[in-house]
Ligand binder design. Sequence first.
Ligand SMILES: [Zn+2]
Length: 158
Amino acid sequence: MKVASFTIDHDRLERGIFVSRRDSVGNEVVTTFDIRIKKPNTEPCMDTAAIHTLEHLMAVYLRGNDRWADRTIYVGPMGCRTGMYVIFKGDLNSEDIVDVMKDTFKYIMDFEGEIPATTSKECGNYLDHNLEYAKWECAKFYNEILMDIKKENLNYPD
Ligand SMILES: [Zn+2]
């Protein structure tokens, strides 16, 4: 079995926003994005509680966004904890979602108050959250990558 995301050279992969795959579903196309927050195998991955909180806040932001709510199919963490997968409806490029990702990460880094959906009824591991750490990771990615995003942060290495 060939899985496209396993064929990327993770040793050369930078942080950024990448198109992982595009799939046809009926007459529609959906685009899966690799939101790579940590440089693979180079720096420590995200803390489990931090990426869990990031997942909650990212989902809440996108599903409440006027322009993107209807196009947001899925938001979830990568098992390696170096990034997130986001699936949007539409045949999209990395450039198309830079602005909404900036807004998303800004929302999280400035977030105050109670993390959404963190009761035992709503979440499968509701005690495993860390808002401050999630905010710290988001601020780092926002300031170091999203603020001045370059070609190598938008396209997988050849
Ligand atoms: Zn949860």
